[in-house]
Design a protein around this ligand. Structure first.
Ligand SMILES: *Cc1c(COP(=O)(O)O)cnc(C)c1O
Length: 355
């Protein structure tokens, strides 16, 4: 049976990316060796990093003066590297969920942290909008897509301080104005690659401004100076990221990916709103295109486990909601085909007919 992969992360990758990787694992570039067996300093591997960096810059329209890094540690390590490298006195954070809160917690170890707004009181079902960011902060940190709650900040906030963003779960799903940011980071395992590589876009002249000593591995400057090769980078995940970047380009770039994301999200939210058995969780204007969270309507509450079973039998994978939210979460990342969204909608309609 065909599986429809709605996993929240690690999550679906384009089929051709997996096939190209399978080939490179057997024989990389006709070298007779696996990509897993070669040095990261081999002359065949440097072009992989170079092309991945160039495609990042091209696809996101990254201006001059920025570096793209491929590191280890996940987005969670960035929660501490960001304040380590950029927080001298004070930073502002927007509290839109568990990941934002974790980022804020690490920052508190480095300086004053201002939580400009929070939607915690509503279990993060919306993105706060009426807030002001102090003019004297070193940066304002946002989490553009809240993977657990299904909310998304779909445009760059209009503030007069440098922005830092965790874009783990919506990178490459919409165009961004990188010039507004000093740093954009994320774990690759949602929209780019398998787990193991972390992408960081950093503005070069924003570095070197804090007075503390920064350990080499945690200093962005180290990785800028060494082209992500200070130590052994995650070779295979970087290779896979490159395949995904090529796939995005071949599919028309970020503008086209955004169009598809809007189309898929509109289809599924349309069904959630139409179907009497389901209700969406996030407020409409903040609905995520990437993680679509919904629950059973109150009168059908006891059918939640039945629907999961019904949908699982029809090939849906990973639609159970996060434990802190409950219900269902259908992650519709860039690689998820429209057909999978339609298959889930068919399940919801059949289930409705049965009840
Ligand atoms: C998944 C996720 C993280 C955690 O990433 P790790 O790579 O596991 O550290 C952080 N932020 C967001 C928004 C995420 O979706």
């Amino acid at each position: 049976m065909k599986k429809h992969n709605f996993n929240a992360g690690p999550s679906i990758l384009p089929r051709e990316v997996i096939e190209n990787t399978a080939q490179a694992i057997l024989d990389f570039n006709g070298s007779g060796l696996s990509i897993m067996e070669i040095s990261h300093r081999a002359k065949d591997f440097q072009p992989v990093v170079d092309e991945a960096e160039a495609l990042f810059k091209e696809l996101l329209n990254i201006p001059e003066g920025y570096s793209v890094l491929f590191l280890g540690g996940g987005a969670s390590l960035e929660f501490c590297m960001v304040p380590y490298n950029f927080l001298e006195k004070k930073a502002a954070y927007l509290n839109t969920g568990v990941w934002a809160k974790k980022a804020m917690k690490e920052a508190k170890g480095f300086g004053e942290v201002v939580e400009v707004a929070s939607s915690a009181e509503a279990n993060y079902t919306y993105i706060p909008k009426d807030y002001s960011v102090p003019a004297d902060v070193d940066y304002f940190h946002i989490t553009t897509n809240n993977t657990i709650y299904g909310t998304e900040l779909k445009s760059d906030p209009d503030v007069n301080v440098p922005l830092v963003a965790d874009m783990s779960s919506d990178i490459f799903s919409r165009p961004i104005d990188v010039s507004r940011y000093i740093c954009i980071y994320g774990g690759a395992q949602k929209n780019l690659a398998p787990a193991g590589v972390t992408f960081v876009i950093v503005k070069n002249d924003a570095l070197g401004k804090v007075s503390r000593y920064i350990p080499s591995m945690l200093n962005y400057q180290t990785h800028v100076d060494n082209g992500s090769m200070f130590n052994t980078p995650p070779v295979v995940p970087i290779y896979i990221a490159l395949q995904t970047l090529r796939w995005i380009k071949a599919n028309g770039g970020v503008g086209e990916i955004e169009k598809r994301a809007i189309e898929k999200a509109d289809m599924l939210y349309g069904e959630i709103d139409r179907n009497k058995m389901f209700v969406g969780i996030a407020v409409k204007e903040d609905r995520s295109r990437m993680n679509i969270c919904f629950v059973m309507a109150p009168e059908y509450k006891e059918l939640e486990a039945d629907f999961i079973k019904f949908a699982t039998e029809k090939g849906m994978v990973g639609i159970k909601g996060h434990r802190s939210v409950g219900g269902f979460r259908a992650s519709c990342y860039n690689a998820l085909p429209k057909e999978s969204v339609q298959a889930l909608i068919d399940c919801m309609q059949e289930f409705e007919k049965l009840h």
